[in-house]
Design a protein around this ligand. Structure first.
Ligand code: ATP
Ligand code: ZN
Ligand code: ZN
Length: 827
């Protein structure tokens, strides 16, 4: 048998299957999706079998055999392999990169060397060496690394032994992490017999008696360590019983459950409101027919989307299928997890980046071994290894974190639609502020009603007919003119004061997008820049260092201006810290919880802060984007947005959209329950449509205005984009390569018969090369080309060919080229 293997060497030349011979003894085990170790270029590398065949494409006698099989159960299924193929084509990345992205990092194997005593060369004299003895004790073979660690002085002898063939070397792939096994004690199988044995244990072995008596009373096996602690006994006591055959000790696989020991209050389905019911019925119908369908659930904040998700999942499970729920990493808060665990209990696997590698691996295995039927997680949970997928839900579908910024630069929404097609599953995209791409796709579909694309499901009202909170816009320029130079406007100050008096809570958002903390000299205007990247350094108050967020460069903060030596150098400290200080100055004794990158790095810190806030142990929850989403607290009656417009002027065509979304989301945190809420937005751009439409909760008005700008500028959704970034340490090299690439792209665009701009239904246009908005990162100059296209042109294909012609990956010093299809970030 022949196996077609994708080797884990991510480069353009090796991005094709290589044939290997499957050794006789592995023939029954190797199948598509198997992970194997194969000899490649003089070493052993990890690879994935994507197909098996009887015939090879090349001379079979030249084929090398597979060196080893890495798992008993293939970690990838045929549908995931096919999905990997699709990702690799659509997003222009090597197939192995796409396949690796689907697996938990624990399964990224690394090669390890082993040395063994050659069977025919085991001469007696050799065994005098300590290290040789050691190998013998290990059963004739040992890890080279442990031999090196134990016998650092033996390097020359070992090398000589390998060279002379007395030792043989073997490479193998080892996983970074493995299943955790715990020595566990089982209660006696036959209790009566054990009782008898108990009486026979001599009195001087009182400890043994105690252990046995205890174990007779147990229903479940107990980890040895726990038993030792409970009875304050020793392992030798337990072992003595095991030796007598009275107890059984065995290694048992243990799961690292990140939510172990937490109980989730079981919830029952609520009676759906009319609006929810209508939407639910349509999703349930789609589940019943089991055809791939996409829905866009446009429900205002507090309209009860989550309850619809929960009941749709329940229906999906009743049909014997499984469900995936994607939520943005940032809102993967305990509150969110609790809602799913509360309804589906142990059947929920949770996958997110704050779990340790081992925990994530165990949650993944829970899915693969069919112990979980619902996966809740961030972006990569879209690859959860379910076999009968019925439903995929993407909450807050407009979030840019669904796009991965490293290769494979996939968008989870598009991958979801593709996976749903494979399984005949339904996709529900939910948001109060859908992305313009999804919204126009859905609006078009409804109009043409040919059943393709997405169907729009509106939920325009809050649960129980609660009103949307009134929003006040405060013009900060007016405040300044009125003599108020503080960061809080008068209305926001009054609002906070009132909440404190009433014992209600407030949420304060500091929009940090486009607002960073930097060092500037007031005398000459000097700002501290990174020496390796063309970007300002960020000031970290806690450690008092200046740090570059792109390359990690750090330096101490200056006491005088390096440029003019003035002492008027000022640190524009982190926004949230300053707001916190200001709050305690204005309202002595105020209890503030601050949530930002600095206060949430520790594991479980999100949880801690939000629980505290939920228990009303604080008056104000102050934070960045992470306080804007998904939170549902009954005593929050005021939401304030400080500096709402910092994100409006970024060089990004989605700037207005992002600002509108953020303001709408955070406004939605107020007045969700019995108490009415109020929202105050502080801005320097009170007339901007992103702000005024957010004030009136008017998504449609925003979309109309924004679409007219997009049409004018020919930006998505009126076209699609591919961003190609070139980088090199030498400026001329980047410029040359950029010119060459742009030339090739333009030529192919013309040949495709769709050159030039204009608004014919099919076009492709090449912009650039121009310097990127951050022109240098990590000492590498950056230039970019942008391809805009529409209609059925194979733009990705054109880009792939052009990039392959310009890049010379075998040459390490050549220009690096990265391709981003449907980019979210174009800096
Ligand atoms: N059918 C129902 N009957 C009673 N209460 C409901 C019902 N559906 C939802 N709720 C409650 O209404 C509140 C808002 O619902 P939910 O959080 O699901 O809204 P959402 O649309 O997801 O909002 P957001 O987009 O702001 O996160 C919650 O407290 C929820 O428990
Ligand atoms: Zn200066
Ligand atoms: Zn830098």
């Amino acid at each position: 048998m022949i196996a077609r293997v994708i080797v884990d060497v991510p480069s353009r030349q090796t991005d094709r299957p290589f044939d290997y011979e499957v050794p006789e003894e592995l023939a029954g085990w190797v199948e598509p999706g198997s992970r194997v170790g194969v000899p490649f270029g003089g070493r052993v590398v990890q690879g994935f079998v994507i197909a098996t065949a009887e015939q090879a494409d090349v001379d079979r006698s030249k084929l090398k055999p597979i060196a080893e099989l890495l798992d008993h159960m293939p970690p990838l299924s045929p549908d995931l392999i096919e999905l990997g193929q699709w990702i690799s084509e659509k997003y222009c990345c090597p197939m192995t990169v796409a396949l690796q992205a689907m697996l938990p990092s624990a399964l990224k194997g690394k090669a390890e060397s082993y040395v063994a005593i050659a069977p025919d060369k085991a001469e007696a004299a050799l065994f005098e060496a300590d290290w040789m003895n050691y190998i013998r004790q290990q059963g004739g073979e040992t890890k080279l690394a442990s031999l090196q660690a134990k016998f650092p002085d033996a390097a020359r002898e070992v090398k000589a032994a390998i060279a002379e063939g007395r030792l043989t070397e073997r490479a193998a792939i080892r996983d970074r992490l493995s299943v955790r096994k715990v020595l566990t004690v089982f209660p006696p199988a036959d209790r009566e017999e054990a009782e008898l044995a108990l009486t026979a244990i001599p009195a001087r072995a009182a400890k043994q008696r105690e252990v046995l008596r205890y174990m007779i009373g147990q229903e479940d096996p107990i980890p040895l360590q726990a038993l030792i602690e409970t009875l304050s006994t020793t392992s030798s006591t337990v072992r003595a019983l095991a030796d007598k055959g009275l107890l059984v000790m065995q290694e048992v696989e243990q799961n690292r459950d990140p939510y172990a020991g937490r109980s989730f209050r079981r919830t029952e389905p609520l009676t759906l409101m009319e609006g929810q019911q209508k939407v639910y019925d349509q999703i349930a119908d789609a589940l019943d027919v089991a055809e791939p369908r996409v829905f866009l659930l446009h429900g205002v904040t507090g309209s009860g989307k989550t309850e619809v998700y929960l009941q749709a999942i329940e229906h999906c499970l009743d049909l014997g299928k499984q469900a995936i729920v994607l939520v943005p990493e940032i809102s993967l808060t305990p509150q969110m997890v609790e809602r799913f665990k509360g309804r589906f209990g142990h059947e929920v696997a949770v996958l997110h980046s704050r779990l340790s590698g081992g925990e994530r691996y165990d949650e993944w295995r829970k899915i693969r071994e069919k112990r979980a039927r619902v996966a809740v997680g961030a972006r990569s949970a879209i690859f959860a290894p379910f076999e009968r997928l019925g439903l995929i839900i993407i909450d807050e579908e407009h979030e840019s974190s669904y796009k991965q910024e490293e290769s494979p630069k996939y968008h989870a929404r598009d991958v979801a639609v593709r996976r749903a097609k494979q399984h005949g599953a339904a996709v529900v995209l939910g948001s109060a502020t859908p992305s313009l791409e999804s919204y126009t796709a859905a609006a078009l579909t409804n109009a043409s009603s040919d059943g393709r694309g997405a169907a729009l499901l509106p939920m325009p009202e809050r649960v129980g007919g609660k009103p949307m909170p009134p929003v006040t816009i405060v013009d900060m320029r007016e405040e300044l003119r009125g003599g108020n130079r503080a960061m809080f406007s008068r209305p926001l100050y009054e609002g906070l004061k009132l909440r404190l008096e009433r014992g209600e809570q407030s949420v304060l958002l500091l929009n940090r997008r486009g607002y960073s903390t930097f060092v500037m000299c007031r005398a000459c205007g000097y700002t501290a820049q990174c020496p390796h990247c063309d970007i300002a350094l960020t000031y970290h108050q806690k450690s008092r260092v200046l740090r570059c967020h792109y390359c990690g460069h750090a330096e101490g903060s200056p006491t005088a201006c390096p440029s003019c030596e003035s002492e008027h150098i000022r640190f524009f400290g982190t926004g949230t810290q300053r707001v916190e200080e200001e709050l305690s100055k204005l309202f002595p004794g105020i209890r503030v919880i601050r949530m930002d990158v600095d206060t949430t790095t520790e594991k479980g810190s999100h949880e801690k802060w939000l629980t505290m806030f939920g228990e009303r142990k604080a008056d104000v929850l102050l934070g960045t984007q992470m306080v804007a989403k998904g939170l549902d607290f009954p005593y929050v009656t005021l939401v304030g947005a400080i500096a709402a417009d910092t994100s409006l002027h970024l060089p990004d065509f989605r700037a207005a959209e992002k600002t509108f979304q953020l303001l709408t989301q955070v406004a939605g945190r107020a007045g969700r329950h019995r108490l009415p809420g109020e929202v105050i937005i502080q801005t320097y751009n009170p007339e901007h449509y992103a702000i005024t439409t957010a004030q009136h909760h008017d998504y449609d008005a925003f979309v109309k205005e924004e679409l007219s700008h997009r049409r004018q500028m020919a930006y998505p959704p009126y076209c699609r984009l591919i961003l190609i970034t070139l980088s090199h340490e030498q400026l001329p090299q980047v410029i040359n390569a950029g010119d060459k690439l742009a030339g090739l792209l333009r030529q192919s665009a013309e040949e495709a018969g769709a050159g030039g701009g204009g608004f014919n239904s099919r076009f492709i246009e090449v912009l650039g090369p121009v310097a990127s908005s951050i022109p240098r990162i990590k000492d590498r100059y950056r230039f970019q080309c942008m391809v805009k296209y529409r209609g059925n042109v194979d733009a990705v294909g054109i880009v792939r060919v052009a990039v392959a012609a310009v890049a010379r990956p075998q040459d390490k010093a050549s220009v690096q080229i990265s391709v981003d299809v449907d980019p979210q970030v174009i800096l």
